[in-house]
Design a binder for this molecule. Structure first.
Ligand SMILES: Cc1ncc(COP(=O)(O)O)c(C=O)c1O
Length: 345
C-alpha cells in the first residue's frame, strides 16, 4: 500500500522512492502476470481510459489516427476531443471492410483497433490490419477487452500494443476500475510508463490486488460465460420477438470465419435487437436475474440499451448489449423469455 519508500533502499527492494514514478511491488506482480498472458511488457493504469489515453499521448501533434466507426464510446469521445483541440485527425472506418480498413491503416500514424467491437461485435481482420499499419510505419494498438488474452493475443497477431479495461473480464467482479497497456517491446513500455508517471493515471493498490485475484478465475469465468453465450445466442435466434442476434460464434455472423482464425473462443458478449427502443427499455426494466446496468465482464450478467448513450447514434434503436456472466444458463434464459414477453402485444 506504500506511496513512498525509505530513502537509500538501493539493492534492498529495488530502487523505489515514490510510487507514481517507481511503481509498487503489487503493480509489478500484476504487470508480470498480464505481460505473460499478452506476450509483452505490461503497464497498469488507473482505468482502461487511462491506458488508452497514454497510448494517444505518444502521438505527435497533427497525427492521423485510424479507429473503428464502431468502438467503445469513451474512446470515440477522447478522439473527438483531441481532434477538436487540434491534436490529431481521426479517420473512422468500418473495420469489417478489410480493403477500406487496410488503405486507412496505410495512411495512419496510429491504427487503433477493437475486435470484437463494442458494442456491435464486428470482427476485424487483425493480422491484415496490423501488418498493413506496421509495414507503413504506424503504431498499432488493439483494445482486447472483449476477448481477453485467453481468447486472443493481439501482439502475436502483429500489434505493438494490447490495451485492456481490466475493469471488465480481468477483474471480473464489477468492483474496481483498472487499465493495462501491454507493449511488444521494453522501449515502448518505457514510453507508456513515462506517460503514467507524468500524467499520474496510476493504478490503486487495492484495485491491483483485486485484479490479480480476479485473474485466478478468469479461465473458469470466461469458460462458463462463453458456453452460456453460445447457448443463449442460439436460443435468441429462434425467439419470435428478437429481430437480430449478433454473436461471432454463430455460423451466419459475417465475421465468424475470421474470428475462428484469430480467436480461440467467441467470448461472453452477445448483442441482439428487439423491434423498438421502447421494447428494448422494457426488456431492461423487466429482467430479474440479469442486471440492467452498464459495463460488462462481471460474474453477474448485465444488459444495456447502448443507443441511449451519447455518440451511439449508429446503433439500431432496439439494440441490446448483453454481457453473459456465471449464472446458470437456464436461469438466464428464463429471465430473458419472461422479459421479452413483456414487450409483446
Ligand atoms: C472495450 C472497452 N475499452 C475501454 C473501456 C474503458 O475502460 P474503463 O471504464 O476501465 O476506463 C471500456 C469500458 O467500458 C470498454 O468497454
Amino acid at each position: 500500500m506504500a506511496s513512498n519508500f525509505r530513502a537509500g533502499n538501493l539493492g534492498q527492494i529495488g530502487h523505489r522512492e515514490y510510487a507514481r514514478s517507481d511503481a509498487t511491488p503489487g503493480w509489478e506482480a500484476l504487470e508480470e502476470v498480464v505481460g505473460e498472458l499478452e506476450l509483452g511488457d505490461a503497464v497498469a493504469f488507473s482505468s482502461g481510459m487511462g491506458a488508452a489515453a497514454a497510448v494517444f499521448d505518444l502521438l505527435h501533434v497533427g497525427a492521423q489516427v485510424m479507429a473503428p466507426s464502431d468502438c467503445y464510446a469513451g474512446v470515440h469521445a477522447l478522439l473527438a476531443d483531441g481532434q477538436q483541440q487540434g491534436r490529431w485527425q481521426v479517420d473512422l472506418v468500418d473495420v469489417t471492410d478489410t480493403a477500406v480498413a487496410v488503405a486507412a491503416a496505410r495512411r495512419a500514424d496510429l491504427v487503433w483497433l477493437e475486435s470484437p467491437t463494442n458494442p456491435l461485435l464486428d470482427i476485424a481482420d487483425l493480422p491484415a490490419l496490423c501488418t498493413a499499419g506496421r509495414d507503413a510505419g504506424a503504431m498499432v494498438a488493439v483494445d482486447n477487452t472483449f476477448a481477453t488474452p485467453l481468447l486472443q493475443q493481439p501482439i502475436a497477431l502483429g500489434a505493438h500494443i494490447a490495451v485492456h479495461s481490466a475493469t471488465k473480464f480481468l477483474g471480473g467482479h464489477s468492483d474496481l476500475l483498472l487499465g493495462i497497456a501491454v507493449a511488444d517491446s521494453p522501449h515502448l513500455a518505457e514510453q507508456l510508463r513515462h506517460r503514467r508517471e507524468v500524467a499520474g493515471a496510476v493504478p490503486g493498490a487495492l484495485e491491483t490486488f483485486l485484479v490479480l485475484r480476479g485473474l485466478r478465475t478468469l479461465a473458469l469465468r470466461l469458460d462458463q460465460g462463453q458456453r452460456s453465450a453460445a447457448t443463449l445466442a442460439q436460443r435468441l435466434v429462434e425467439h419470435p420477438l428478437v429481430t437480430r442476434v449478433r454473436y461471432p460464434g454463430l455460423a451466419d455472423h459475417p465475421g465468424h470465419a475470421q474470428a475462428a482464425v484469430q480467436m480461440t473462443g467467441f467470448g461472453a458478449m452477445i448483442a441482439f435487437e428487439v423491434q423498438s427502443a421502447a421494447a428494448a427499455d422494457t426488456v431492461c426494466a423487466s429482467v430479474r436475474v440479469i442486471r440492467s446496468a452498464t459495463s460488462l465482464g462481471g460474474v453477474e450478467s448485465t444488459i444495456e440499451r447502448r443507443a441511449k448513450l451519447p455518440g451511439q447514434g449508429h446503433l439500431p434503436p432496439g439494440f441490446l448489449r448483453f454481457s453473459v456472466g456465471c449464472e446458470h444458463v437456464d436461469d438466464l434464459w428464463d429471465d430473458l423469455v419472461s422479459a421479452l414477453a413483456q414487450t409483446g402485444p
